[in-house]
Structures are given as C-alpha cells and as structure tokens.
Ligand binder design. Structure first.
Ligand SMILES: NC(=O)c1ccc[n+]([C@@H]2O[C@H](COP(=O)([O-])OP(=O)(O)OC[C@H]3O[C@@H](n4cnc5c(N)ncnc54)[C@H](O)[C@@H]3O)[C@@H](O)[C@H]2O)c1
Ligand SMILES: O=C(O)C1=N[C@H](C(=O)O)CCC1
Length: 228
C-alpha cells in the first residue's frame, strides 16, 4: 500500500517505521509541511491508498475534512475530537469514503475494554463503586485520555451508572496506564493496562490501515479489531 502518515511525533514516527517494516511505501508530513491541512489537495491525497493521522485534536479535524472530502480512506489515532464524530460520519457517507478511528490501537487495551464490560455486567447489582485513573506524558494535549473516556462509556453501558469518575495524571514520558477499579465496603477488583512502549499503538494503526484499504464506511476500532 501507499501510506501517508500525518504527524511525525512520538507515535507518528513509529507508525511510519512499522508501515515500512510491513512492506508499505510511506510518506510522512509534519506540521510544517501541512499547516491547516494545506498539503491535502485532492490530487495529492489520490496518490495514497490510506492516510493515518497521529497529530493533535485541532489539526485532525482539518485533516479529516480535507482527506474524507476526496472520498479517500483514513485511520485516525488522534484523540480529543469526538464531539465532531457525527460530522465526520456524515462526510464519510456522502463521499463514500472510509474512516476507522480508535482511542487506543493496543490489542491489550481492547481486551481490557471487553473485560471492563463484563466486570460492569457482573458487579452492577452488588453495590460496587467504579472509578478510573489514567497516567500519560506531560505533553499530552487532551485530558482525560480518549481511552479513559472509552472505558467510562463501556462501564456506564454495562452497569447503567450515570457517571464514572476519571482522575488524570501527567508524568514524564509515560506511554499510558489505565486503571479501572470497582470498590465495595469489603473488597476491590482492579483492572490495569500499562503501555511501556508506543509500538503496540503503531502496529494496531497499520493493521487497521491494511484492513480499511478494501472497505468504505465508518468504523470504531473497538468493533472491528478482532477481524485484523
Ligand atoms: N489511538 C491510539 O492508540 C493513540 C496512541 C498514541 C497517541 N494517540 C493520540 O495521537 C495524537 C498524537 O500523539 P503523539 O504523542 O504522537 O503527539 P506528538 O505531539 O508527539 O506528535 C504530534 C505531531 O503532529 C504534528 N502535527 C500537528 N499538526 C499537524 C498537521 N496539520 N499535519 C501534520 N502533522 C501535524 C506535530 O508537529 C507533532 O510532530 C494524540 O491525540 C494522542 O492522544 C493515540
Ligand atoms: O500518548 C497519548 O497521547 C495516548 N493517547 C491515547 C488516549 O488518549 O487514550 C492512547 C494512549 C496514548
């Protein structure tokens, strides 16, 4: 595949490496070459099979508009933009484009989300209080993390609870830790996922791009990761 990676930061750099290792031809653009999505003209985008975005909550919205308007396929790892999801869905449908987004492309986190759902279902009538803690690097722009929001949504759905409190910590270069706790007066159950490398995000994103390359439509990684 011909892959365009947007963002040459901590994660985008690794995505480009993994895509090349998997035999894809890779072109990378960072902020300087793509201010306000200026590089993403229809003829330029047409030169790629899939675009992968790991930029910022602000840049990704402009990038999605430009790429999806051409009917192209795009994997979005960037978090912090989900209030625009409905607009993106409508654009994908109108242009018969392809969009696959995910708050976390690590398979370990996807399994944690499934376990969290089961935990909620089994504990919902037993008087447990749920809470979430997440820890990331100090340069992270969005808070709480997209993954913590996904975890809280899963727990809310499976328990019927209205709110699950999230505490966010920012420490050094932490790649990402998520802890879900269910606590009663007598005991507690804790699920923890710790990333100690960003490589699992990059591998998941490249697999997602390979999967999306033969499809159109809008997909959440949570719903399709097991097919990859
Ligand atoms: N879904 C996942 O699995 C996952 C994993 C890791 C990070 N993320 C998310 O990915 C995003 C990036 O994270 P990071 O830690 O790599 O950030 P980072 O700050 O290290 O890198 C972002 C890069 O994007 C570049 N950029 C900004 N605007 C741009 C534009 N218009 N075009 C091209 N490049 C542009 C910046 O210059 C920077 O180099 C964040 O939203 C983060 O939450 C998601
Ligand atoms: O480093 C980041 O930033 C990460 N962002 C995602 C999130 O917000 O959940 C995934 C984990 C790493």
């Amino acid at each position: 595949m011909r892959v365009l990676v947007l963002g040459q930061g901590k994660t985008g750099k690794l995505v480009a490496e993994v895509a090349a290792e998997r035999g894809h031809s890779v072109h990378v653009l960072d902020a300087k070459e793509n201010a306000n999505a200026s590089a993403l003209t229809p003829p330029f985008v047409a030169g790629f099979d899939v675009v992968i975005d790991f930029t910022s909550p602000e840049a990704v919205v402009q990038n999605m508009k430009a790429v999806l308007a051409t009917g192209a396929k795009m994997v979005v790892g960037t978090t912090g933009w989900y209030d625009r999801l409905q607009n993106a869905r409508e654009l994908v449908e109108r242009k018969q484009a392809g969009l696959l987004y995910g708050t976390n492309f690590s398979i370990g986190v996807q399994v944690m989300l499934q376990l969290a759902s089961k935990m909620g279902e089994l504990l919902k009538s037993a008087g447990y209080k749920f809470s979430i803690e997440e820890t990331h690097h100090v340069t992270k722009l969005d808070s709480p993390s997209g993954t913590a929001i996904s975890l809280s949504e899963v727990v809310k759905r499976s328990t019927g609870i209205g709110e699950v409190p999230i505490t966010a910590h920012r420490v050094g270069d932490a790649a990402g830790t998520h802890v879900l706790e269910a606590k009663s007066d007598a005991d507690k159950l804790v699920l923890t996922h710790e990333s100690y490398s960003r490589r699992s995000f990059a591998e998941g994103a490249v697999r997602a791009a390979e999967w999306l390359s033969t499809r159109t439509g809008c997909y959440d990684f949570q719903d399709v990761y097991s097919q990859m």
